[in-house]
Design a protein around this ligand. Structure first.
Ligand code: NAD
Length: 468
């Protein structure tokens, strides 16, 4: 059965039922079979790179270099790691035998969770769909993928890709908006892997609770960037400029707001502006004409960003740089705003756009205290050479990831689990962590010959016969 354009609930259910059957067969799938599926994915991406670039350009005006690194490049990195390590990941893991279990053997057998639903967002629509698909294939699950309705070209391409490569009982793609996602969420999937906003994450978790489906929630939040007093400001400016304005700030791990020592604000602002110009306006013809600078996904989001900026301005915020908007083009210039206060919406909501608020501090204890009062972010970026300061932030703040002296590079390190904590997410993805997200780690104990403590407790409780 091939995957088709489906929104009708009965057809969703039919496909789900066929996947349920397939999931039973997949429990026996070997390393070779799963690796073979990963290889065909890899080949398809390589052969159709131009098509992928075109789709991403049509949806997001994404520059091809960005597509190569952040969309297809990372997807290939994930596939390669899975192919290389899958045999090891799948093999049973022996555990030690404690003294009270002498005579037994114990091990962890990793089995596929079964049917998986993957719901993905629009900001890296290819990579954030393929990444979890790779993990689910590696783990031996069936997949129902619901990509974002806001990137119709990429979603259609994903459907074509999966239809060409797999039968719908193994991988099915459902284009459509939140109604399609909600219809899928009615079904008793074994695992739901959701990437998107914190508010929709709550809806997904609520729906999952009806069937006790396990969840991985890759959410958003306000990731702070802190520059410690002695750090080289030019180096920080360069790394923050790319971290913030890549994909027009529409990146879950992009720095949301910045904290700098009050004595360094003015110098840093000059350095940052100069870096932004060097990267996105090198010929001085304006950011809007530069093809390396992207666009806001849609008018609704542009309006949201415009409102956030207007709200901050009415409450005393001062635009230091940028602020221009061209509605017909979905364009917003790289923007820096200062004189911030906590009552501004810009300091309460995830910005997810090219606006960087700058806040100042007097001492680092004040910064860690402020962060302790806020929801735990997806990432924390700290620029410092001081071991005491590193240790202070690692001990006193909580976040899904931490990067010291750079921005956003943690995403590419797929030997590390990636994800948030509480408001910024539940569960982890990438590499082995992604494989585990779609797996059940089944604990197996085999009795060989021993008298384990539980056996000594067989009734009747007569001390002479139990040997206690
Ligand atoms: P979103 O939550 O609006 O949408 C994500 C997906 O959920 C889409 O496929 C959409 O169709 C679906 N959806 C929307 N409303 C729904 C509802 N009521 N019920 C069920 N499904 C629904 O997110 P978005 O705007 O596509 O993406 C931006 C958000 O994603 C940001 O908050 C960003 O931080 C986050 N994000 C997180 C990561 C991560 O890895 N942690 C990565 C990228 C984006």
């Amino acid at each position: 059965m091939k995957s088709e354009f489906l929104t009708d609930n009965q057809r969703l259910t039919d496909i789900f039922n066929s996947q349920k059957q397939k999931a039973i067969q997949l429990r026996h799938s070997s390393f070779t079979e799963r690796a073979e599926r990963l290889k065909v994915l890899k080949e398809w991406i390589k052969e159709n790179h131009e098509e992928i670039e075109k789709a991403l350009y049509a949806d997001l005006k994404k520059p091809s270099a960005e597509t190569m690194v952040t969309e297809t490049g990372y997807a290939l990195v994930e596939i390669n790691l899975a192919i290389k390590k899958l045999k090891k990941w799948m093999s049973p893991k022996k555990v030690k035998t404690p003294i009270h279990m002498l005579g037994t053997n114990s091990y962890i057998r990793t089995e596929p969770l079964g049917t998986a639903l993957i719901i993905s967002p629009w900001n890296y629509p290819f990579n954030l769909s393929i990444g979890p698909v790779v993990s689910a294939i590696a783990a031996g699950c069936t997949i129902s993928l619901k990509p974002s309705e806001l990137t119709p070209h990429t979603s259609a391409l994903l459907r074509r890709m999966m239809t060409e490569l797999f039968d719908a009982d193994l991988v099915a793609v459902f284009e459509g908006g939140k109604e399609t996602a909600q219809a899928l969420l009615q079904l008793p999937f074994d695992h739901i892997f959701f990437t998107g906003s914190t508010s929709v994450g709550k809806t997904v978790m609520n729906a999952a609770s009806r069937n006790l489906s396990s969840v991985t929630l890759e959410l958003g939040g306000k990731s702070p960037v802190i520059i410690e007093k002695d750090y080289d400001l030019k180096d920080a400016a360069k790394k923050i400029a790319i971290g913030k304005f890549l994909n027009c700030g529409q990146t879950c791990i992009s720095p949301d707001y910045l904290l700098i020592h009050e004595s360094q604000k003015e110098t840093f602002l000059k350095d940052l502006q100069s870096q932004i110009n060097k990267m996105y306006n090198p010929k001085n013809k304006g950011f809007i004409t530069n093809k390396d600078y992207g666009r806001i996904i849609e008018q609704k989001h542009l309006n949201r960003l415009q409102n956030l900026l207007a709200d901050a301005q009415t409450k005393g915020g001062h635009i230091e740089f940028g602020g221009d908007i061209v509605k017909e083009e979905n364009y917003m210039a790289p923007t820096i705003i200062s004189n911030m206060s906590e009552n501004m919406l810009l300091m309460q909501e995830e910005i997810f756009g090219p606006i960087l608020p700058i806040l100042t501090y007097h001492n680092i204890e004040e910064v860690s205290h402020l962060l302790q009062l806020k929801p735990k972010p997806l990432a924390l970026y700290l620029f410092t050479k001081d071991e005491f300061v590193k240790d202070h932030f690692l001990k006193n703040t909580s976040s899904g990831t931490v990067v010291i002296n750079d921005c956003s590079i943690q995403y590419m390190q797929n030997e590390l689990p990636f994800g948030g904590v509480n408001h910024s997410g539940i569960g982890k993805s990438h590499g082995y962590a992604g494989f585990l997200a779609f797996s059940n780690q089944k604990s197996v104990v085999e009795q060989r010959k021993g008298k384990t403590l539980p056996q000594l407790l067989y009734p009747p409780y007569d001390l002479k016969t139990t040997g206690l």
